[in-house]
Design a protein around this ligand. Structure first.
Ligand code: COS
Length: 385
């Protein structure tokens, strides 16, 4: 077993680390205050190939492997988690399903625009009354002859208002259950797609999130993604993949928190020595470091599993569950190391504390991850019986 990164992965890691330090670090605190979406930074990420990382070069992408993508997400999240989530969404819930389930024409039509950053992508699954129970979605589609028409409401849509193409899930008839659900590639640049004002969130302030109303939204006949009635599999297969991106984001935020705590503990003197000279603090830092390494190893293992034949739902869910819960613990501990200063907006740890919170919630709550893992275990028990 070789844990060493190859030349390309190391190059991506170093390139994204220096991009994040040079271009994201200077404005991160200000964007957290204003909530302004960084259009210029997304343009630059498009030029660097970060918005179509695993899209093959023949479709205008960077043609990288999954681990390179996860390393990039971690490095971005270490500096600005808002930028990391926008980047991971366009890669993993828009490029990925088009690449995996799309026809050759769909790949040629949409991927070059997405990979170059000329268009940002997103995903429309969640609805006001369909969160964890995603199959209970109510957005309807109907056949209008030469196109499809979609009507309904989608909630918590990342990149809404700044993105153009969205993989959107809708049902022909809710009574059909999962078999009524189909996936579409929706062009949001039309009157039938109405984006509400951005949600006032606790963290990830400069990432755009909004409710979207579909009111007679038109989708070309050839923009159904996958077979009719098989859309829920497109959605869950996509989530198996995209949960890795959230795990990488959580690892990046936790890494940032450890670095902030380490810096503070080295500088701050109490009882005649730096905090790090007190075993209570030094051991806390040691535990944080260990937990981050464990989550990263679980994530890299899940990335390996994703490249093997068959489903990798259990590995993705484990990585997402552990990394996001770990990151919440680690950031909380890092804030505690800062004492009263950690409660001040003047310190980066306060932003990390707000940004990390959602990682146990979006792309499936921790409870949903446990459901996925326990169902896989039950299946395994069936084969053992
Ligand atoms: N990949 C492909 N197909 C899958 C799959 C996967 N990972 N998991 C399940 N399926 C298939 C099943 O085989 C089943 O197909 P058949 O009926 O043909 O056998 C179908 O999809 C429905 O599966 P299941 O019965 O497990 O669906 P449930 O309604 O019980 O939902 C959970 C399962 C809860 C796991 C799912 O709804 C979920 O992940 N919810 C959270 C959604 C989420 O993460 N939202 C975040 C918002 S997106 S940012």
């Amino acid at each position: 077993m070789d844990f060493a990164l190859d030349d390309q992965q190391r190059m991506v890691q170093e390139m994204v680390r220096s991009f994040a330090e040079d271009r994201l670090r200077p404005g991160a605190a200000e964007r957290d205050r204003t909530g302004e979406f960084p259009h210029e930074i997304f343009e630059e990420m498009g030029e660097l190939g970060l918005l179509g990382m695993f899209v093959p070069e023949e479709y205008g992408g960077a043609g990288m492997d999954l681990l390179s993508y996860l390393l990039a997400v971690e490095e971005l999240a270490r500096v600005d988690a808002s930028v990391a989530v926008g980047m991971s969404v366009t890669n993993s819930v828009c490029c990925y399903p088009i690449l995996t389930f799309g026809t050759e024409e769909q790949k040629r039509r949409y991927l070059p625009e997405l990979a170059s950053g000329r268009a940002i992508g997103g995903f429309m699954l969640t609805e006001p009354h369909a969160g964890s129970d995603a199959a209970s979605l109510k957005t309807r589609y109907r056949d209008a002859g030469d196109h499809w028409v979609l009507d309904g409401s989608k909630a918590w849509i990342t990149n809404a208002g700044v993105g153009r193409y969205f993989v959107c899930l809708a049902t022909r008839e809710p009574e059909l259950g999962v078999r009524g659900i189909s996936a579409f590639i929706l062009d949001a640049d039309q009157d039938g797609v109405i984006v509400d004002r951005p949600e006032a969130k606790m963290g990830l302030k400069s990432s755009r999130t909004a409710m979207v109303t579909l009111d007679g939204a038109r989708v070309p006949k050839d923009a159904m993604l996958g077979e009719e009635g098989r859309g829920f599999r497109v959605a869950l297969g996509t989530l198996d993949h995209s949960r890795l991106g959230i795990a990488a984001q959580a690892v990046g935020i936790a890494q940032a928190a450890l670095e902030e705590a380490l810096r503070y503990a080295s500088e701050r003197q109490q009882f005649g020595r730096p905090l790090i000279g007190h075993q209570a603090i030094a051991f806390r830092l040691a535990e944080m470091d260990t937990e981050i390494a464990a989550a990263r190893a679980l994530l890299w293992h899940a990335a390996w599993a994703a490249g093997q034949p068959g489903r990798h739902s259990r590995e993705s869910a484990r990585a997402k569950l552990y990394a996001s819960e770990m990151a919440n613990r680690v950031v909380g501990q890092a804030l505690q190391v800062h004492g009263g200063y950690g409660y001040s907006r003047e310190y980066t740890i306060e932003r990390l504390y707000r940004d990390v919170r959602v990682t146990t919630i979006y792309e499936g709550t921790s409870e949903v991850q446990k459901l996925v893992i326990s169902r896989a275990l039950a299946e395994l028990a069936g084969t053992l019986a």
